[in-house]
Design a protein around this ligand. Structure first.
Ligand code: ADP
Ligand code: MG
Length: 161
């Protein structure tokens, strides 16, 4: 059991609500935490992991498309004050491959990582600040956010619907 007990849960009515949630996470990181976070994203295909990440990446200041890095494993966004990394490890055959990608260099105070299918990178990823579970809820989605570090707790405590 850990000491970080904050959990938040919301119903996301549609794609725009999922994007808005990603935008809000970005606003809190940029304006209040002022340091990078590591986020693990769990949920079935189509649950909204990439959509949420798109909201975050655009909220951090990226203008333009956010494509799913299913085949490239990671899509980097080099923004003026931040690096944002969107990982999708679905097709990763062996976590060791991440070592060859130089994954250790990806994580620092001014980088944010949103990681889909983190279990595929087990042993090679830093501990997450928050874990997000996305699930189908009829035509909508449910999002559950759990804080795993003090930083994650600060992030979630500022989150409002
Ligand atoms: P994942 O990365 O988890 O596989 P995607 O984000 O690629 O999922 O796809 C999610 C799909 O569900 C998209 O078609 C998107 O339009 C839709 N979607 C996203 N958020 C919601 C929501 N809150 N309610 C209903 N549909 C959503
Ligand atoms: Mg995806």
């Amino acid at each position: 059991m850990n000491d970080f007990t904050i959990k938040q849960s919301f119903i996301l009515a549609d794609e725009l609500a999922t994007i808005a949630m990603g935008n809000q996470l970005a606003d809190i990181v940029k304006n209040e935490l002022k340091q990078g976070v590591v986020v693990f994203l769990n949920g079935d295909l189509g649950a909204g992991k990439t959509t949420l990440t798109r909201g975050f990446v655009q909220g951090m200041g990226h203008i333009g498309h956010v494509k799913s890095p299913t085949y490239t494993l990671v899509e980097p966004y080099d923004l003026p004050e931040w690096q944002v990394y969107h990982f999708d490890l679905y097709r990763l055959a062996d976590a060791e491959e991440l070592e060859y990608m130089g994954i250790r260099d990806y994580f620092n105070n001014s980088s944010c990582s949103f990681i889909e299918w983190p279990e595929k990178g087990q042993g090679m990823l830093p501990a997450p600040d928050i874990i997000i579970d996305l699930a189908y809820h009829d035509e909508q989605r449910q999002i559950l956010l759990h804080a795993k570090t003090a930083l994650g707790e600060r992030l979630l405590s500022r989150l409002v619907k």
